[in-house]
Design a protein around this ligand. Structure first.
Ligand SMILES: [Zn+2]
Length: 168
């Protein structure tokens, strides 16, 4: 990601420099440094009372048409767990409860650059789905009937969450 060419404070052309051991752009006029930080996102591993897993099909890029876990980006000032439940509600109308943290992951995504992903397992009582425009399909699937999830991070989260269930 190469977001700025000009200083957002004083509009001077930014120059490359090595700062804290990394090549970064800096404004030689006001000393503003173009730090690039990961964008925080959340994913939800959602199970219903029958231990079935919610898998949804994406209606937009990135990963158009792929089977996935629901999730999205955090808003400023929002707790990660609240953001996870908000995204679930927005995409599926499900009111979930956080069960536990599955893990924290980092991925480089072409469209967004560096993304820090926080994954929670979530339980729902009422599993009646109403999908929004971001999804084309979705359902709760028993373990043996889960559609083929090909997004590596989502697969890993499913694996990590299932491992925990085996040992608990
Ligand atoms: Zn500047």
């Amino acid at each position: 990601m190469n977001r700025y060419s000009f200083c957002p404070v004083c509009r001077q052309l930014l120059e490359w420099a090595e700062i804290d051991g990394r090549a970064r752009k800096i404004c030689n006029s006001c000393s503003w440094v173009h730090y690039i930080n990961p964008i925080p996102a959340v994913l939800a591993y959602v199970v219903n009372r029958n231990e079935e897993l919610l898998v949804v099909r994406r209606a937009h890029e990135p990963a158009f048409n792929e089977w996935a876990l629901p999730g999205g980006f955090l808003e400023a000032g929002e707790e990660a767990s609240d953001g996870c439940l908000r995204e679930l509600m927005e995409e599926t109308s499900l009111a979930g409860k956080i069960d536990r943290l599955v893990g924290v992951y980092h991925r480089n995504v072409e469209k967004y650059g560096s993304v820090l992903v926080i994954a929670y397992s979530v339980v729902v009582e009422d599993d009646t789905l109403s999908l929004n425009h971001e999804l084309s399909e979705g359902a709760f699937y028993p373990q043996e009937l889960i559609p083929e999830v090909r997004i590596p991070l989502h697969l890993q989260i499913i694996h990590d969450a299932a491992l925990f269930e085996l040992v608990s």
